[in-house]
Design a protein around this ligand. Structure first.
Ligand code: NAG
Ligand code: NAG
Ligand code: NAG
Ligand code: NAG
Ligand code: NAG
Ligand code: NAG
Ligand code: NAG
Ligand code: NAG
Ligand code: NAG
Ligand code: NAG
Length: 411
């Protein structure tokens, strides 16, 4: 267990940090850089570890994880000046160095680049490395954060691939701190944005079952399709809202079609539409044919990433939704709920789907859901009211019946 601190940080953050460290093997770092006037110019707190692959003298590849190599130094970290932007430089173990630099432009600051170097001459960490020397990996991150906001990402961020994989989590960083006061306004990474609602970030505060998420706006309508060798074979247009219930607290997540990928497959008896995004590993809609002349939504299979790094998965292959004749499409403009399990529901908006027999990439005639039917009823009622005749006849008939009934009673 190790704790790091360069400059005094107010509060009891240090104790908490050490406790966290005991549980997870990683570098948990906290840095409060001050300028010549002792005012905070840069604040950062984060956890990281690294996986390095190297070739050994006997031509094998070995993998080492660099997670906790004792005390770190911050030589070279600076608030920056007229020529250079601020940067955080960390040294640890024998010959490891990690540097991130920042730039400022108008109303934003950017996390510019992250560079990590290691020395394979260190025989404890890299026994029998074939190539001895200093290796440097540098990634241009160019991540923009509004000025005066603190960037936060509790979710796992992964950088690099192949030889060096870098993991970062519980990241809080603000460069170009104004007036020496670290902001309380957080700018969240995408993974946190979609997932903060799924689970409470701080497990120590027990969520009250009475807190309900703020009423969500309608999700944006997305257009999805699947193409095979014969052209477009599946079409779906819909707004999707996921409702996950966890510990009696429902979390509602709107799917943003702009950041959602889709794929799928088409077969004579089944068809699949698969959506995925940074927070959704997969969301599968499986359609099937029944009685040789109708189709329906038979299965939903979902797997999503949660904040704490675990995965939420649920599947139900015994559903019966969106039922319509083959050769037509199913349409439902009203909000409809697909109940996959007690803990997982999908609310759909302005839905239209055709998983089979798509001709020329276009929807065939639509079979509307019963929920939409009252929109058709309204003109019928209005028409009847206008004619008046039917109502008059009905009333006359009713009065007549009532009279004769009353007549029998007096007898
Ligand atoms: C490095 O961090 C990742 C992400 O938190 C974690 O899954 C992995 O177990 C860590 N490795 C070690 C050796 O602690
Ligand atoms: C900054 O703080 C240090 C001690 O923390 C003090 O010695 C120094 O005088 C302070 N400098 C200014 C400019 O306030
Ligand atoms: C070792 O990794 C390199 C890539 O870094 C790869 O080209 C090579 O095939 C790997 N060797 C073995 C034995 O797996
Ligand atoms: C960091 O700086 C201190 C003195 O400020 C020095 O003693 C130490 O050797 C330096 N460490 C590295 C890794 O450069
Ligand atoms: C940040 O560091 C990278 C290399 O790690 C360098 O290429 C880049 O120019 C630096 N940016 C600034 C603004 O200093
Ligand atoms: C910093 O201080 C100046 C002068 O007191 C003030 O005008 C400005 O709004 C402050 N900025 C922030 C981000 O608090
Ligand atoms: C989410 O699911 C819960 C539990 O089934 C339900 O009470 C709540 O009304 C649902 N919310 C929405 C927006 O569908
Ligand atoms: C999706 O993109 C469209 C057009 O680029 C834009 O108008 C809309 O606001 C975006 N929606 C979201 C939720 O980002
Ligand atoms: C993450 O949270 C979920 C829900 O509370 C829990 O079931 C799971 O065990 C947690 N996973 C880890 C790795 O803590
Ligand atoms: C859900 O999808 C996963 C991954 O594709 C698969 O292993 C699993 O069998 C599926 N579950 C059902 C019920 O189809």
């Amino acid at each position: 267990m190790v704790c790091f601190r360069l400059a005094p940080v107010p509060g009891s953050g240090l104790l908490l940090l050490c406790l966290v460290l005991g549980a997870v093997s990683s570098y948990a770092l906290e840095l409060n850089l001050t300028d010549s006037e002792n005012a905070t110019c840069l604040y950062a707190k984060w956890q990281m570890n690294f996986t390095i692959r190297y070739e050994t003298t006997d031509k094998h590849n070995k993998t080492v994880t660099i997670s906790d190599l004792g005390p770190a130094t911050y030589n070279g970290s600076s608030c920056g000046d007229d020529q250079n932007g601020p940067k955080i430089a960390v040294q640890f173990g024998s010959g490891f160095s990690w540097i991130v630099n920042f730039t400022e432009e108008k109303s934003f600051y950017s996390i510019d680049s992250i560079s990590f170097s290691y020395n394979t001459n260190d025989n404890t960490t890299f026994p029998d490395a074939k190539e001895k020397g200093v290796f440097i990996v540098s990634d241009h991150v160019a991540f923009r954060v509004p000025l005066n906001d603190i960037f936060r990402c509790n979710s796992l961020l992964t950088l690099g691939k192949n030889d060096v994989v870098q993991h970062y989590w519980d990241v809080h960083v603000q460069a170009f701190v104004q007036n020496g006061t670290v902001s309380t306004k957080e700018f969240l990474c995408d993974k946190d944005k979609t997932l903060t609602t799924v689970l409470p970030i701080v497990p120590t505060t027990v969520p009250s079952p009475t807190t309900t998420p703020s009423p969500k706006e309608k999700p944006e309508i997305g257009s999805y399709s699947v193409v095979n060798s014969n052209g477009t074979c599946l079409l779906a247009t819909m707004g999707l809202q996921l409702n996950i219930t966890h510990d009696k607290v429902a979390s509602v997540i709107n799917i943003n079609p702009n950041t959602t990928n889709f794929t799928g497959s088409c077969h004579p008896q089944t068809a699949l539409l698969r959506l995925s995004s940074s927070s959704i590993k997969y969301l599968d809609f499986v359609f099937a044919v029944k009685n040789e002349n109708r189709f329906y939504l038979k299965e939903v299979n979902v797997s999503m990433y949660l904040v704490n790094g675990s995965v939420f998965s649920i599947a139900n292959n015994n559903l019966s939704y969106w039922d319509a004749p083959l050769g037509s499409s199913y349409m439902c403009n009203k909000e409809q709920t697909v109940s996959v399990s007690g803990a997982f529901q999908i609310n759909t908006f302005d839905l239209r789907v055709q998983p089979f027999n798509v001709m020329e990439g276009k929807y065939s005639t639509a079979q509307e859901c019963s929920l939409d039917d009252d929109t058709i009823l309204i003109p019928i009622i209005v028409g009847a009211g206008l004619s008046g005749l039917i109502i008059v006849i009905v009333i006359a008939y009713l009065i007549g019946r009532r009279k004769s009934y009353a007549g029998y009673q007096t007898l």
